[in-house]
Design a protein around this ligand. Structure first.
Ligand code: ATP
Ligand code: MG
Length: 248
């Protein structure tokens, strides 16, 4: 990997890029994943590359939804595995979720490489290598999933997910929690709870709130009640408009 200068003013962004490129070279990230990251970067730039108040409100609701879930599953793709494997495993343990590798551009080789990355960060019982079910409405390998994971989950957390797949999960009756930097994406607009933040920040944010709220039913009620998707996404878009000098 290229050494990122410690003094570079936008070091964090360059470090994430290097992780993606490394993941691509290791066969974890699909070439299309590099392009998807660029779209995320652009949105993050417009958001000022910081965690907003709205992201915190959404992360609380996300944590509450995952803690209230009977069968939570965290869906993982190549970009997520390259960017935030440790943070993802911590979140799965904190909320008692299963992890399922679920790829838009699926190959057995990429699934097993992602599985190895997750296991090297302490993940166990990772699903996805041997899918035995389908997500209705998604043709080809994009629709494969596991009966013990996504197919029987009540809450599914998706990060950096395609809108078509998010919509298919909603049609299946899943409650969907999304992490997505683009407040205009179909994923952001159809998930039940959307955390508009960079994934390496969003996972620890959700884990932190989950630890704080665990076992406190009032806090869980409150976390869910304080979140309204339309209002939240609207406020995020106002931030972007204001950063662009478009007033409020
Ligand atoms: P949709 O399919 O939901 O309409 P899209 O086609 O624009 O959206 P996809 O490439 O399908 O986007 O999904 C990737 C999503 O992940 C994008 O919305 C992108 O902004 C977001 N994204 C990319 N990198 C990150 C990141 N590091 N953290 C959070 N979100 C990210
Ligand atoms: Mg898409």
């Amino acid at each position: 990997m290229t050494e990122v200068p410690k003094t570079h003013p936008r070091r964090d962004s360059l470090v994430l890029r290097e992780r993606l490129v490394g993941g691509f070279k290791d066969g974890v990230v699909a070439p299309q994943g590099l392009i998807a990251h660029g779209r995320g970067e652009a949105m993050y730039y417009l958001l000022g590359e910081r965690t907003s108040k709205e992201a915190r409100i959404a992360a609380r609701a996300a944590a509450a939804a995952l803690l209230r879930s009977e069968r939570p599953v965290i869906s993982v793709n190549g970009n997520v595995a390259a960017l935030a494997p440790r943070e993802l495993v911590v979140l799965a343990k904190t909320v008692g979720a299963r992890i399922e590798i679920s790829l838009f551009h699926r190959s057995d080789e990429r699934v097993s490489r992602i599985q190895a990355v997750l296991e090297s960060h302490g993940a166990t019982d990772v699903l996805g290598f041997l899918p035995d079910e389908r997500i209705p409405g998604l043709e080809g390998t994009r629709g494969l999933c596991s009966s013990a994971g996504i197919h029987s989950a009540d809450v599914v957390l998706v990060a950096l997910e395609d809108g078509d797949r998010t919509e298919a999960l909603i049609r299946m009756g899943k409650k969907v929690v999304a992490i997505d930097l683009n407040p205009l994406s179909r994923t952001a607009r159809t998930a039940d709870v959307t955390v508009v933040d960079e994934v390496t920040r969003a996972f620890p944010l959700i884990s932190g709130y989950a630890e704080e709220m665990s076992g406190d039913e009032d806090a869980l009620d409150n976390g869910l009640a304080k979140y309204d998707r339309e209002e939240n996404l609207g406020a995020v878009m106002k931030t972007i408009a204001s950063n662009l000098g478009l007033g409020d």
